[in-house]
Design a protein around this ligand. Structure first.
Ligand SMILES: [Zn+2]
Length: 366
């Protein structure tokens, strides 16, 4: 099963060696950017620790224990993620119907289409109540597994009071308990949390790995896979979204955005923007497509045949110039910055406006 995780050979080796030599840390910190395999690696690691197969290659993925892990239903798997206020009872039941529906939808999405980010209605965090309940659960005896596995997703979403309440457990968890914290934003974690875990870094996936996964596991055709891999910034989730969604329309939207910016037509942009409900995913994909297009503008004066959006070369030719090419690297860095900001709960419509103004400046300055 570990073989299915591509592009993270070093991480997988580290985890497999830990199992082989029975040197399991009590706490790991999986960090690295979005869409590079942190959650699936955590899940498979927990599966492997509890796999009932006699086989050396664990997890097997088919035994009863593995099966329960794959459906996030194993009683010794404790999975915590940022939520809205769930109004938990003292027994840990979610009392609020609306909150329960959203909680279930989050899990359902994780199982069925993990490349789509699920958004709760309202602001989310890892709440003190969830952590208190978790600590209580860890005091109870284990159910059926060999190891109890605790996965805390977006661990940076604990405020400092919550994080402090968790420190003691993190330092001395009960026997046979493995805690895996996951984060994309390492600097936001308390140093006291970081120092109590074994850090495991997940690097961005290469274009080649992403292309292969898209073609082998998602039946994306060669051309679309190549193009999605090129613009996703090493994020598999983004690549899957770009390749699966109506690729055509997302790209067209990016070209319309470009055209309005090139015309300097801010009013028209604001008018259109007011009519659409911009999402974080949509904005991330817009930035990805724009990155590809702007890169084409830089390449065009020197190697017109090398561009990605060949069908648009005539239009792009009107915008391109050698002076513009020189400014493109800085602009692409700015796009990276925008993508990072999106991870931090910014308003996507506002970010698109900022992006529009930056792009207008770039194009009018030539
Ligand atoms: Zn198994």
């Amino acid at each position: 099963m570990f073989k299915r995780i591509k592009g993270q050979t070093q991480v997988i080796k580290l985890l497999q060696n830990a199992i082989l030599h029975e040197r399991i840390s009590h706490a790991y910190l999986f960090h690295g950017s979005d869409g590079v395999g942190k959650f699936i690696s955590a899940l498979y690691f927990g599966m492997a620790l509890n796999c009932q197969s006699e086989d050396k290659e664990k997890p097997c993925g088919v035994c009863a224990s593995c099966h329960k892990f794959l459906f996030l239903e194993h009683p010794d798997l404790l999975y915590v993620f940022p939520t809205t206020n769930l109004k938990l009872s003292t027994e840990g039941e979610i009392k609020d119907n609306e909150a329960l529906a959203q909680y279930k939808a989050y899990i359902g999405n994780k199982l069925e289409s993990p490349w789509q980010d699920f958004y709760f209605d309202g602001s989310t965090e890892i709440r003190k109540e969830s952590i208190s309940l978790l600590i209580k659960r860890l005091e109870l005896s284990m159910h059926e597994g060999k190891y109890r596995v605790l996965i805390i997703e977006n661990a940076d979403a604990m405020n400092s009071a919550t994080a402090n309440a968790f420190l003691k457990t993190l330092e001395e968890p009960p026997k046979n308990t493995v805690i895996i914290l996951i984060t994309e934003r390492l600097p936001k974690l308390l140093p006291t949390i970081i120092s109590r875990c074994q850090p495991v870094y997940f690097k961005p996936l290469s274009q080649k790995v992403i292309r292969e996964i898209l073609m082998e596991q998602f039946e994306v055709v060669g051309f679309a896979a190549k193009s999605a891999a090129r613009i996703c910034g090493g994020n598999l989730k983004a690549a899957i979204r770009i390749a699966r969604e109506d690729h055509h329309s997302a790209r067209e939207k990016a070209f319309e955005f470009l055209q309005l910016a090139a015309q300097g037509d801010t009013l028209q942009f604001l008018d259109q923007s007011a009519k659409t409900r911009e999402t974080i995913d949509g904005t991330r994909d817009l930035i990805a497509h724009l990155g590809g297009i702007i890169n084409d503008l830089a390449v065009l004066p020197f190697a017109a045949q090398e561009i990605t959006n060949l069908d648009k070369s005539e239009y792009l030719g009107q915008l391109a110039s050698e002076e513009l090419s020189e400014k493109v690297p800085d602009f692409l860095l700015k796009l990276d910055d925008y993508t990072r900001k999106l991870a931090g709960n910014v308003n996507p419509a506002l970010l698109q406006l900022n992006l529009f103004i930056s792009l207008r400046k770039l194009l009018l300055a030539k």
